[in-house]
Design a protein around this ligand. Structure first.
Ligand code: IVH
Length: 670
């Protein structure tokens, strides 16, 4: 069926609108409409294209994951080679670089552009008359692999350039990378399934881009920043690198917003220090700064040596990965009894911080990486993440090393350990009989978001439990100055202070109290849901599993854990002793009836205009809603304020309805 002109026009208009929203979302990081609106436009276009298949064009936004799996990658020759960069490892080398340039150009001060050195993999995107026709990896710099089908699945890569004035042939060079959060989630999911994890975001990005099946790539959280051009039809671009970056952005290409024009070497080094300080806070990994001479005429004059330009250099940050040796593998027991193998390392400086331990996660992970005592390993520290062993250096393994084995009994209390089928975690069944679990339970009870007992840190808990002065959280309230004074690093003054903190902690809320008990599967959000649903501890204790499941987001597994906890006589006794000691919370204000938003889960992201996030949270909760921190399939709505974070993208991915502030205000006033 041939589409009537009105339908053709509508499809064209829809594409235009969707491309505009893509540009706002990816190119400018500034979405113009809520995701629900975007989804409606996409849906309408999909329907039109289904009814009139001849309307489908290869660069329609509906066609991102259209290609069938490939049998192999084709080779792409780069007409203009994709070069590498020389490295500078300290400021002196940057000063040298600038001096050489000044001498060659016979200039006192040179203008540079400073940009983050992104830790992903280089790609070249070829646009012909504004259409994306080819995407290729760097390969050896001269020949790469054709990954067009995968590049098309990356939302940040426009299938069509925006606006006017782009050259008929434009090759854009940039970096495909995986943002930290997406990487962490990908690995977490793999770990849960017992699958293979990626060592770092760069490997994850490379592994995801080099997939023969684009559907796999489409499911991976890849992103793209463009930082330059390759072959371009003559005469069509500005004469400064900084203006080219601005121009690329205008054409809809995503450019890292961190780049700056800087003056001379002093400007370069100042930029470097500033970026280094913010490095851990960036949502993606970078491994240094690239300085590029801004004026293209000067770049041309400087030319190339071997495989790198003379007009650019990469100023690397101190390494985030180092070699060290595994002195021992010890097994720690956590609050829930989970056994975690931890590598004790020969101390090593990684990115400016001394690392002595690295988590090995669980038995499967140790087996997969085959980490053994005596091994030389690569350890990695990324941002604020716990250091990890990336891999073993096989050639340096001592001849007499033996594979690590998970203990068959708890290393702390000698109880049995169990690993339920299908789970990656091995647990000690000792419960509070296990000293390690007891210590962790008490620390959790005292933690800031639980009863918030200031000054009760791990050294103190360690001593109190080891001396058997405290067996359970309830014993804390029986402590006196005399007992406390007898502990190491405790004077009379600190003892009195701690007792005052204990006294203060007695006035709490039901949700904090429930959270503090450390019931398996009961985190803050669940504790809050329980407190709201049941309003009193008595009502909660009386609830059977069916009643428990009436609370928002509480399924059979959580309900069973809660029941099991309160059925345990020992736990009931602790609860009763805590209340007898004076731990209390306000009585329920009103009966917990169904409120308008009962059963709905909200996630807030971005900045709201008319109220703070805390306020929005409190008002939603007052209407019976649950407010969670992360977006999942269970989320009913995501409220997106200005400059929303990755939660918005996640919501979009999962098809969760997104509300703008206006809609929220309306909902709250209803
Ligand atoms: S410019 C001729 N800019 O670094 C200049 N490269 O060692 C070519 N990279 O393969 C590259 N961030 O993968 C440039 N802002 C940036 C970069 C960057 C990361 C990577 C790129 C390239 C490698 C060169």
């Amino acid at each position: 069926m041939v589409a009537p002109t009105s339908v053709q026009a509508r499809a064209a208009r829809l594409r235009e609108q969707i491309e505009w929203h893509n540009y706002r979302y990816y190119g400018l990081d500034d979405p113009a409409v809520p995701d629900a609106e975007y989804d409606r436009l996409m849906q309408e276009l999909r329907t039109l294209e289904r009814d009139y298949p001849e309307l489908v064009t290869p660069d329609s936004p509906t066609q991102r994951v259209g290609a069938a799996p490939l049998a192999a990658f084709a080779q792409v020759r780069h007409d203009l080679p994709m070069l590498s960069l020389d490295n500078a490892f300290d400021e002196a080398e940057v000063v040298d670089f600038d001096r050489r340039i000044g001498e060659r150009l016979k200039l006192g001060q040179v203008d540079y552009v400073a940009e983050p050195k992104l830790d992903g993999l280089a790609v070249s995107l070829r646009y012909e008359h504004g259409h994306l026709v080819c995407g290729a990896t760097r390969g050896d710099g001269y020949t790469g692999e054709d990954v067009t089908h995968n590049i098309r699945t990356i939302g940040a890569a426009p299938l069509r350039l925006r606006g006017k004035g782009y050259p008929p042939l434009l090759e854009v060079r940039g970096e495909v990378f995986m943002p930290r959060q997406g990487f962490a989630r990908l690995n977490e999911r793999a770990r849960e399934r017992g699958g293979k994890t990626f060592a770092n975001p760069r490997n994850a990005a490379a592994g995801s881009l080099r997939q023969l099946d684009p559907r796999i790539t489409a499911g991976r959280p890849l992103d793209l920043f463009c930082y330059g051009v390759g072959v371009v039809t003559a005469g069509a671009l500005p004469d400064r690198h900084s203006d080219i970056l601005l121009q690329l952005r205008e054409w809809g290409l995503r450019v890292c917003p961190e780049w700056r024009r800087v003056e001379g070497v002093a400007g370069c080094l100042e930029y470097y220090r500033g970026l280094q300080a913010r490095r851990a806070a960036l949502p993606y990994e970078i491994d240094g700064v690239v300085y590029k001479v801004d004026r293209l005429a000067q770049q041309q004059e400087l030319g190339f040596v071997a495989r790198a330009p003379r007009w650019a250099i990469a100023h690397k940050f101190p390494a985030q990965e180092e070699l060290t040796r595994v002195l021992d593998i010890q097994v720690q027991v956590g609050r829930t009894g989970a056994l975690t193998p931890v590598a004790r390392l020969e101390p090593v400086l990684v990115g400016g911080v001394t690392v002595t331990n690295a988590t090995l996660h669980n038995a499967d992970e140790v087996r997969r990486k085959d980490v053994r005592v005596g091994d030389t390993v690569i350890v990695r520290r990324a941002g604020d993440v716990i250091p990890e062993v990336v891999q073993v250096v096989g050639e340096r393994r001592p001849a007499d090393s033996r594979p690590f084995e998970m203990p068959t009994r708890c290393p702390v209390c000698d109880s049995q350990v169990l690993r339920p089928a299908g789970e990656a975690v091995t647990r000690c069944v000792g419960g509070l009989y296990c000293r390690a679990q007891r210590k962790a339970a008490i620390l959790h009870f005292a933690s800031r978001r639980a009863l918030d007992i200031e000054g009760l840190g791990d050294k103190l808990v360690e001593q109190l439990v080891d001396r058997e002065q405290v067996q359970s959280p309830a014993d804390l309230y029986g402590l006196d100055v005399a007992t406390l004074e007898g502990l190491e690093r405790m004077g009379r003054k600190s003892a009195v202070k701690l007792l005052a903190a204990l006294e203060r902690s007695k006035a709490t809320t039901l949700e904090r109290f429930l959270y503090a008990l450390g019931i398996r599967e009961v985190g803050e959000a669940t504790a809050q849901a329980l407190a709201r649903q049941f309003a009193s501890l008595e009502a909660l204790l009386a609830a059977d599993e069916d009643r428990l499941q009436q609370a928002p987001d509480i399924g059979p597994v959580v309900a069973a854990q809660i029941r099991a906890f309160f059925q345990e006589a020992h736990n009931r006794e602790i609860v009763q002793r805590l209340r007898a000691a004076g731990v209390h919370w306000p009585a329920p204000a009103a009966p917990a009836i169904d409120r308008p938003l009962t059963g709905k889960t909200f996630v807030l992201t971005g900045t709201l205009n008319g109220m703070t996030r805390e306020e929005a949270k409190a008002r939603l909760q007052a209407l019976g809603a649950k407010v969670a921190d992360s977006v999942s399939k269970q989320t009913s709505y995501v409220v997106a304020g200005a400059a929303p974070g990755s939660k918005l993208a996640r919501a979009r991915q999962l098809g969760v309805t997104v509300l703008e502030e206006e809609a929220l205000v309306e909902l709250l006033s209803r």
